[in-house]
Design a protein around this ligand. Structure first.
Ligand SMILES: Cc1ncc(COP(=O)(O)O)c(C=O)c1O
Length: 387
């Protein structure tokens, strides 16, 4: 048999999806793969049924159906405070996953360096490898996931082509402050570097924290490739609708990459999702309130189980420190916990470039009843367990 490509040797299969299989194997509550229990809003489901009955069923415009782009530009104009032109500044993709890959392939030549904060969402490693870029990892230090300014300056001195910014951040739950974003922006401008953002949790931010868009900072729209999606905001991870927003010259490149990667996102689903993009602002208030309630509830259960964690500022993940339970091998511990306690988590080491083996990631985008049952199960954890 011919040899498969060398690039495959540089990344493994997704640990998150593997943990979902482990959860299924042991019938554990799956708090590993981060998708919500809830369905999309009912009016969006109704629009989906209509689109299935009446179409469109053939290819949409490759860079996005005009109605979808217009609705998206109007929505993001509000939130980002930018004068977005749906014909010039928007490309609709198959989720933020494709958006990020398209952005990376647009920005980087093989051999270019890309700054990635660690811990990082596992796709960024694969994105870098598949586009031929080399990551420069800059640590975000637990428990507060702050970065050292001098370390970041040093990374920029290595002449990176782009910096990847996941904000709000998966897995850490960090929401970058405006001051931190300004610090990064100054460096990006000084070193003529792109910033590629992944903002899928832009609407899941816990007060008093606020989401600030990198593209909205003075001078940054010109070099920021903003990626996001409808997956988390409207409970539609399976619809695979995402987008890239950026200046026209960059978007011309993104359109080309996207066209040859996937041609386009599903036409009937784009049509139906217009309904989601046009939801009133109160929808986003409710989303934030619902997740704030779930977060507070879940953190209460972690307290009762004696677990130590970093309070998430955004997104719906919590990094739990398991050292008090004797954990030195997070992978072993996660398998044991799925089997014996009935709760599946992701080993924290799969997000870190550095050797960090005492953290696990749990997500709380589940019903309150499931979170309560998780709490009951976690109380069975005993500090004597040794891994
Ligand atoms: C940070 C981050 N980016 C992207 C994704 C995937 O988003 P999408 O469904 O839009 O591809 C996820 C999903 O968990 C995520 O956590």
């Amino acid at each position: 048999m011919p040899q498969t490509a060398d690039r495959l040797a540089h990344f493994t299969e997704s640990v998150i999806r593997e943990m979902t299989r482990v959860a299924n194997q042991y019938g554990a509550i799956n708090l590993s793969q981060g998708f919500p229990d809830a369905d999309p809003p009912p009016e969006v489901l109704a629009a989906g049924a209509t689109a299935m009955a009446e179409g469109p069923h053939q290819y949409a415009v490759t860079w996005g159906a005009p109605r979808f782009r217009a609705a998206l530009a109007a929505k993001q104009r509000h939130w980002m405070g930018l004068d977005l032109d749906p014909d010039a500044h928007v490309v609709v993709t198959c989720g933020s996953t494709e958006a990020m890959m398209s952005a990376m392939m647009t920005a980087c030549n093989p051999g270019d360096k890309v700054i990635v904060f660690s811990p990082f969402y596992e796709n960024y490693g694969a994105d870098a490898i598949l586009s031929g870029a080399r990551p420069i990892f800059v640590p975000l230090h637990p428990p507060d996931y702050s970065f050292d300014e001098e370390t970041l300056r040093e990374a920029f001195r290595q002449d990176p082509k782009a910096l990847v910014l996941c904000n709000p951040s998966n897995p850490s739950g960090k929401v970058f402050s405006r001051a931190e974003l300004e610090f990064i922006a100054d460096l990006a401008q000084a070193h003529d570097t792109f910033v590629i953002t992944d903002e899928v949790y832009e609407h899941i931010v816990y007060p008093p924290h606020r989401h600030c868009y990198m593209a909205s900072l003075p001078g940054m729209f010109a070099r920021t490739i903003s990626c996001s999606s409808l997956s988390k905001t409207y409970n539609m991870t399976g619809w695979r609708l995402g987008y890239v927003i950026g200046p026209e010259a960059i978007m011309a490149g993104v359109r080309k990459v996207h066209d040859f990667l996937t041609v386009g996102a599903a036409a009937p689903l784009q049509e139906a999702a217009v309904q989601a993009l046009e939801l009133p602002l109160s929808y986003y208030d409710r989303l934030r309130e619902d997740y704030t309630r779930k977060r507070d509830l879940f953190l209460g259960y972690l307290d009762e189980a004696g677990l130590t964690y970093t309070t998430p500022q955004g997104a719906y993940y919590v990094m739990v420190d398991c050292r008090a339970f004797g954990v030195r091998d997070d992978q072993e511990f996660c398998r044991w916990m799925a089997r014996e306690i009935g709760v599946a988590a992701v080993p924290g080491s799969s997000f870190f470039h550095e050797p960090v083996h005492h953290l696990i990631r749990l997500h709380f985008a589940r019903t309150e009843a499931i979170l309560a049952e998780t709490g009951r199960r976690l109380r069975k954890l005993k500090p004597s367990a040794s891994f």
